[in-house]
Design a protein around this ligand. Structure first.
Ligand SMILES: [Zn+2]
Length: 469
């Protein structure tokens, strides 16, 4: 069977245009795989149609800008130069005409005008930029390039390097939109706050760190801070945050920006859950008058669990002492859970004393003592950030940033994983974090639609014959 596919293009005047054959296929009907278009046929078809449609559009665009805007005289041609416009449906080869500046504009600006350079200054179609960014935020640059090439007529030009360059360009654009950082974002006076509408509920933000392997210094890592912000009631969409610690110059602004996108106002209750690290804690300070910093329960229990393992070790050498230490740890946990911070610290002190006076052959005793000491300091220095976890838990509020731990895994580990043999520069990781967090929380698309408003109504003026209603 022979199939011929025609393309008809008609200009806005309804007259000029062309009908052209873009594909001619001989199809046999022997096997299932003979039916319909094959992937390579569909690619060839799409690429041929795209080439001609874009050619017709850009010719029309250029023609419309041929005459001088001031005196309407036709500009003289000064030849053209070839450009490649990277689209999802192939790399379109175009010739970009150059016109001499109109004599009436003598002495102003450039000597020549290239209309196409205004239309496609960076030679990439926004949709291609979007999909490259989205996929490379989820999988490696190489895999993203392969994915695109698998199903779309993209052969030359799609490789990890191009994809990476495009994605970093997108990330840099989002970075440029973020205003400068300030040390305080505290708004107006309390009198102004009272006039504000009652906010919807508490925003809970979990912040935690993860590590990414450094490209420059193979053996070392740098720290990535990741956050997840959840508005309450939960119908509001959560947002992600990520940046490279020490590299990012606007961490606080970034956090405020995320909160503002969720309706942050001065009388908004915010709970910041962190592991109590000094750097992360200072990030949460002076952001809102109604915010609190809470040491997250997950990190407390992790430390108690480690101490419990040491106590079990002791029990192998001194059963009674091991049991006693285990009981004391349970009491510490109980006190902390119920927000009895002072009493908890007393028990920790007793526990340390007990441990210090211990005479046993347990080989890890010194390590045990040091870990217990460290835990005491940890609780003491975060005493102001301890709450009645039990009560909050019973009232259905979040007390643990286990969800942040999951966020670190989701944002960092899966894309920046050490086992992928990927190594990162702080800049590359930081920029990719910007597109990755937007991809994960679904805001990448709206960012693109803000930049390229036409993407928001990409289905208008489209009627496909035979398509189900
Ligand atoms: Zn003129």
């Amino acid at each position: 069977m022979h199939v011929k596919i025609l393309l008809q293009i008609t200009a806005d005047d309804g007259v000029s245009g062309c009908v052209e054959e873009i594909a001619s296929l001989d199809k046999s009907i022997e096997r299932a795989e003979d039916l319909g278009l094959s992937i390579s046929q569909s690619k060839a078809l799409l690429a041929a149609a795209q080439q001609r449609i874009v050619e017709a559009q850009t010719t029309s665009w250029t023609e419309g800008r041929r005459c001088c805007e001031v005196c309407t005289r036709r500009r003289r041609s000064k030849g053209s130069y070839p450009i490649i416009f990277h689209t999802l449906f192939g790399d379109v080869r175009l010739s970009s005409p150059r016109f001499h500046r109109c004599p009436c504009q003598e002495g102003s600006g450039k000597a020549t005008v290239s209309p196409l350079a205004q239309l496609i200054p960076d030679h990439v179609a926004p949709e291609r930029l979007y999909l490259e960014t989205r996929w490379a935020s989820l999988v490696s640059y190489v895999a993203a390039g392969d994915l695109l090439a698998d199903i779309l007529p993209i052969t030359a030009g799609v490789n990890a390097t191009t994809v990476r360059r495009h994605v970093l360009r997108v990330a840099e654009r989002t970075e440029a939109e973020l205003p400068k950082d300030r040390c305080s974002f505290m708004p107006g006076s309390p009198l102004d706050w009272e006039a504000l509408p009652v906010p919807n509920g508490r925003i809970v933000v979990g912040l935690d760190g993860g590590y990414v392997r450094d490209w420059n210094e193979r053996k070392s890592n740098f720290e990535v801070i990741v956050g997840r912000s959840m508005p309450d009631p939960e119908d509001g969409a959560p947002r992600y945050l990520g940046f490279v610690h020490g590299y990012d110059r606007k961490p606080k602004r970034r956090l405020v920006d995320m909160l503002e996108s969720q309706g942050l106002q001065a009388n908004q209750d915010i709970t910041f859950l962190t592991d109590g690290g000094e750097e992360i804690r200072s990030l949460t300070e002076r952001i809102s008058p109604c915010s609190e910093h809470v040491l997250d329960w997950f990190h407390i229990t992790m430390r108690i669990t480690v101490l419990g393992q040491f106590a079990k070790g002791v029990a192998q050498y001194d059963e009674e002492a091991g049991a006693r230490l285990t009981t004391e740890l349970a009491r510490i946990k109980w006190k902390l859970w119920h927000g009895n911070t002072t009493e908890a610290q007393d028990v920790i002190e007793d526990f340390e004393g007990d441990l210090f006076g211990l005479e046993t052959d347990y080989p890890n005793l010194r390590k045990f003592v040091a870990t217990a000491r460290e835990f005491g300091v940890y609780i003491a220095s975060n005493a102001a950030s301890l709450i009645n976890y039990g009560e909050r838990y019973r009232s259905g509020e979040r007390i643990s940033s286990a969800f942040v731990e999951a966020t670190v895994n989701a944002v960092v580990s899966k894309r920046f994983a050490k086992k992928q043999q990927m190594q990162w520069s702080p800049r590359g990781a930081h920029l990719l974090l910007q597109t990755r967090t937007r991809t994960l929380d679904g805001t990448l698309r709206s960012t693109f639609e803000r930049w390229f408003p036409g993407l928001a109504n990409d289905n208008t003026g489209c009627a496909v014959q035979g398509e189900a209603a």
